[in-house]
Design a protein around this ligand. Structure first.
Ligand SMILES: [Zn+2]
Length: 426
């Protein structure tokens, strides 16, 4: 068997990995790299103005043609760095994923040959390979660990995940993972984004408690909370905190509108009847106009990374007519994505808010990615013969190799650090 690193093996983003057995290849994930083009909030429209080759050279999409013809395209979850390139690369193969994930894929790529698969249902993905999607917790609904069954053993793809036993919308399927581990796992392809963090990634439950505490604590002024629009469990936590504090939530921003609508349709999000959602910039202006007593409202807006086109940034510049007051509080319910562009834009937004004397609450967040001990647990459950860290720069993937070495793996023999557009066979 051959594993090909297509994208996501140099930096975080534009994830894609190929699995080849005999003369058949399948592709897993087909993502974009968000920071390189300042593409945010689910808006991939701008990308289509570029030629495919340009986007590859700009490090924005994976070089899919190195895999040749693929029998299937599998998608692990709905984050754009895993699904966002579909509309550009247009795979000429059936696309498999969980129902929620494929709804996100379909949004930009209407003509795709999508096949939604429930958890734990084995499906043929080529003549000789089958696959099943295993339920896992991450920071978006219906994320999965994919198990590809081949005649040479199983290939497990775990990007992205964390183990959250107290999630309100998902459960890690330990039983299934152990069952896979009791068989023959030839290779584990696994994310490495936060393997450097010691211990375990905390549960989303921690954020719920922090949010309730802060929102209840704030008595004066308007509350403006910002988070990932795809992080439905967190959006729900903000809505719930608002409701407990007697504030009316207003959701502003196109991606929040789209993602909330999707999650509501799947029964994964409950928007209280008094809440209102405003999709476009114009609607956002009208939404802000309805605010009379500031302490009666809580806004949920896009813009946690300081994205210039987000609602928060445009509220600061006045592009959306709004005046911040000293009593207002901004809640960052997301940490900065560790890329220089994000760090810079987020810093700029925070500085502008400080200059307006607005009160800032940070770190209302836990990561959606596994820490070192989560990773160790996954290795021990699956007992793979080979490990290929993905979804990270060389430093992140090397940190995974250190953990693998602790678990008895040998670098270059059973743990492999690939670069984009290279392969390993065993
Ligand atoms: Zn993800």
């Amino acid at each position: 068997m051959k594993i090909t690193a297509v994208g996501g093996y140099k930096a975080v983003g534009r994830n894609m990995t190929g699995v080849t057995v005999g003369n058949e290849t399948i592709a897993i994930d087909n993502g974009i790299r968000l920071d390189t083009l300042q593409m945010y909030d689910g808006d991939t429209d701008r990308l289509r103005r570029y030629k495919t080759e340009e986007l590859v050279n700009l490090d924005i999409i994976p070089r899919v043609d190195i895999l040749g013809n693929v029998s299937s395209q599998l998608i692990s979850h709905g984050h754009l760095d895993h699904v966002g390139a579909l509309a550009i690369t247009k795979p000429n193969a059936p696309i498999f994923g969980t129902p929620y994930t494929l709804e996100i894929g379909r949004k930009d790529y209407k003509n795709g040959d999508f096949h939604a698969v429930p958890y734990n249902q084995a499906i043929d993905v080529s003549r000789n390979m089958s696959a099943e999607f295993v339920e896992i917790t991450h920071s978006i609904p219906q994320a999965s660990i994919i198990n590809v069954k081949t005649k040479e053993g199983d290939v497990v793809y775990a990007a992205d995940f964390r183990f959250d036993n107290k999630s309100a919308i998902a459960q890690p399927d330990y039983k299934k993972l152990k069952e896979i581990g009791s068989g023959n796992v030839k290779a584990l392809i696994v994310e490495s984004t936060r393997v450097k963090e010691p211990g375990k990634t905390p549960s989303e439950e921690v954020v719920r408690e922090k949010l309730d505490d802060v929102v209840e604590f704030i008595e004066e002024g308007l509350i403006i909370a910002t988070t990932f629009s795809t992080h439905i469990e967190r959006v729900q936590a903000i809505l719930d905190a608002a409701q407990k504090a007697g504030r009316i939530p207003l959701l502003l921003g196109r991606s929040l509108y789209t993602q909330a609508e999707l999650a509501e349709r799947f029964g994964l999000l409950t928007i209280p009847p008094e809440a209102k959602t405003f999709a476009s910039g114009k609607a956002a202006k009208n939404g802000l106009k309805m605010i009379e007593k500031r302490e009666d409202y809580l806004l949920i807006v896009t813009g946690h990374q300081g994205e210039p086109k987000s609602v928060l940034s445009r509220m600061i510049t006045g592009e959306i007519p709004f005046k911040f007051k000293k009593e207002d509080s901004v809640l960052f319910c997301a940490n900065t994505i560790p890329s220089p562009i994000n760090v810079a834009t987020r810093y700029a937004v925070e500085t502008k808010l400080q200059n307006l004397d607005v009160r800032i609450f940070k770190d209302l967040h836990v990561s959606g990615h596994a820490s070192k001990e989560d990773h160790r647990r996954l290795i021990r459950m699956l007992k793979p013969e080979h490990i290929i860290p993905c979804h990270g720069d060389m430093e992140m993937r090397s940190a995974y190799a250190v953990l693998a070495a602790e678990e008895g793996y040998d670098i270059n023999k059973s743990v492999h650090l690939l670069n984009n557009e290279t392969s390993v066979g065993f």
